[in-house]
Structure formats: structure tokens, C-alpha cells
Design a protein around this ligand. Structure first.
Ligand code: ADP
Ligand code: MG
Length: 236
């Protein structure tokens, strides 16, 4: 479980997060859903240790990581714009985190093959990132984030740069991947349909606050306030 307690963040006079608390259940696929500028990425970055909170705490699986650097939090990240090593094959990109941890080569190869199969890139190990489509690259990024067996996967609009058809396809991949590896996942998105279709649990954000947390059905049937109703309403 990820527990965020009373986190605030200001940029100068501007309040990006105002006393935000959130629980992400163990093994869930939770969406952090809200309009652009509502504070989603800032909250995700604070959970990941890429940004410091002005106040509050972050606990991941029982460990208070509020003052722990990102590389020691046991987190895998995927962002909207994939960050692949262009001169390295898909195999070497996915295995990179294991290599720097001095994992033996046969173990790396086995783990990489397993992950590439899970994300549907079984035949692509020898390709270079430039030889993949946008959707394939983001699947490679997911495999790479999962290679080191993170406790938590943080995804910031991972499909945001892709066209609608590929986004829908990747949604399904993410859901299937999650059902297979069960890693606690927090997915930032501004897309109601994306959140409603794949998340177990949705936290709706607006204007530096979390407005409501619940399952897709619950939010849709019993919105806590006019903002949640309006934001989810036009869908379905
Ligand atoms: P979202 O991901 O929901 O679109 P963000 O968390 O990126 O929102 O940003 C929330 C607000 O905080 C925005 O108004 C943004 O302009 C502001 N903000 C984010 N990061 C910074 C920064 N480093 N400096 C100044 N303002 C920032
Ligand atoms: Mg954002």
C-alpha cells in the first residue's frame, strides 16, 4: 500500500497540492484522474521522490520514504515520452536495470524474455528502439520498469502521446500486465474513459485536492460533488 498523508506543495505563491491524503491499495491498479493542471503529476513525482513535499509524508509498504531518494524507493516509472537508450537493443534496454545491479547474464536474459513475452514483444529483443512503433516503445518501457521487480509502478500519462486506437490497445495491455504481475500501480491520466475502463480504484483530483476516491462504478453512480459528476458525466 502507498499512503500519502497531508501532503502540500507550493511553487512560489501557487498551491499545487493542498493537504492531500491518499491510500493506494496493495496490488491495485489505481488511477489518479483529473483535468490538466490539477496536481496529478506533482503528486506522482512526490510519491516517486522526484519532487519534495513542503509538508506531509509518503509511506510505501510500511516504510516511511518521505526523505528517501528515488532510487531507494523500489519504484518503476514510465512517463509520456519514453526514455530509451537509442544505441541499445530492446533486450539491453529492458535488462539495463538488472545489469547495473550486477545480475548474472543468464538471469537477465531469462527475466527479459519473460517480460517481453508478457508485453507482447517476444520477437523484438534484437531490434533497436527506432525500429519500434510508439505503442511498442511504451510496452518496452513498461517491461523495463518492471524488470527490477519494483514494489510500485508509477505511470504518468504513459499513453498520452499516442493516437486513440493505440491508446485503447495499450490500456488493455496494461490491464493484462497488471493482472499477471499484480504490482501496485498508480496511473496518472486526464482521460476519464481510460480510468473508468481499466482501474480498480480511481482518485479524482481537481485544483490541488482529491475530490473523491472509489471504484469506477461507485464514482459514476454516486459522485460526491458536482465536480466529480461533471467530470465523469459525459462518458458512457
Ligand atoms: P497535472 O499533472 O494534473 O496536469 P501538475 O502536477 O503538472 O498537474 O501541475 C499542477 C500545477 O502546478 C500546474 O498549474 C503547474 O503549472 C504547476 N507546476 C507544476 N510544476 C511546477 C514547477 N516546477 N514550477 C512551477 N509550477 C509548477
Ligand atoms: Mg501531468
Amino acid at each position: 500500500m502507498i499512503t500519502v498523508s497531508n501532503v502540500s506543495k507550493h511553487f512560489g505563491d501557487f498551491t499545487a497540492l493542498d493537504d492531500v491524503s491518499l491510500e493506494v491499495p496493495d496490488g491495485s491498479l489505481t488511477a489518479l484522474l483529473g483535468p490538466s493542471g490539477s496536481g496529478k503529476s506533482t503528486l506522482l513525482r512526490i510519491i516517486g521522490g522526484l519532487e519534495w513535499a513542503d509538508a506531509g509524508s509518503v509511506v510505501i509498504h510500511g516504510d516511511d520514504v518521505t526523505n528517501v531518494p528515488p532510487q531507494k524507493r523500489g519504484i518503476g516509472f514510465v512517463f509520456q515520452h519514453y526514455a530509451a537508450f537509442k544505441h541499445m537493443t530492446v533486450r539491453d534496454n529492458v535488462g539495463f536495470g538488472l545489469k547495473i545491479r550486477k545480475t548474472p547474464k543468464d538471469k537477465i536474459d531469462a527475466r527479459v524474455d519473460e517480460l517481453l513475452n508478457i508485453v507482447g514483444l517476444g520477437g523484438f529483443a534484437k531490434r533497436y528502439p527506432s525500429q519500434l512503433s510508439g505503442g511498442q516503445r511504451q510496452r518496452m518501457a513498461l517491461a523495463r520498469a518492471l524488470a527490477v521487480e519494483p514494489k510500485v509502478l508509477l505511470l504518468d500519462e504513459p499513453f498520452g502521446a499516442l493516437d486513440a486506437k493505440v491508446r485503447t490497445e495499450l490500456r488493455e495491455w496494461l490491464r493484462r500486465l497488471h493482472d499477471e504481475v499484480h504490482v501496485t500501480t498508480l496511473l496518472v491520466t486526464h482521460d476519464q474513459e481510460e480510468a473508468l475502463s481499466i482501474a480498480d480504484n480511481i482518485a479524482v483530483m481537481d485544483n490541488a485536492h482529491i475530490e473523491q476516491v472509489g471504484g469506477p462504478r461507485e464514482l459514476y453512480d454516486r459522485p460526491a460533488n458536482p465536480f466529480v459528476m461533471g467530470f465523469l458525466g459525459p462518458v458512457a
